[in-house]
Design a protein. Structure first.
Length: 134
């Protein structure tokens, strides 16, 4: 069990380092994004780095959930009280993270396309402001 936990820790570490590398690369290539229009222009490009970043963090979430499951099984006999907190936290963490990250990959491209229709531009802008946190 401890070997599986160690492997999952290593996977999480590698995905985290990759995530940081992708974010730094993206920030270095785009510069400062201070206005909604700048953020929207950046998001509308929908380049490979955009998809790679969000798919990477979705994989990181799955790996972290697997790590939490292994830690639950491994530590249950020694810390049964504390382990209940992890049992409650893990599904909530997993669902919220996956919804947040995968919505960036699915919802943002759809809203960018919807924004091109003058009838839906205002609604798409409002939803893009919420999803892009701009």
């Amino acid at each position: 069990m401890s070997k599986l936990a160690a492997v999952l820790c290593l996977v999480c570490l590698m995905l985290t380092v990759l995530c940081l590398g992708l974010l730094i690369t993206d920030m270095a290539t785009t510069g400062r994004l201070e206005t909604f229009e700048q953020v929207l222009t950046h998001a509308a490009r929908l380049h490979g780095l955009f998809y790679a970043t969000y798919l990477n963090v979705a994989l990181l979430t799955v790996a972290a959930i697997a790590l939490f499951a292994v830690l639950y099984a491994w530590l249950k006999p020694t810390a049964p009280g504390w382990i209940v907190i992890g049992l409650v936290f893990t599904p909530i963490y997993g669902v919220l993270n996956l919804v947040a990250y995968l919505s960036q990959v699915t919802l943002v491209p759809a809203l960018v396309t919807l924004r091109l229709d003058p009838q839906y531009t205002a609604a798409a802008d409002m939803l893009l402001r919420l999803t892009l946190r701009a």
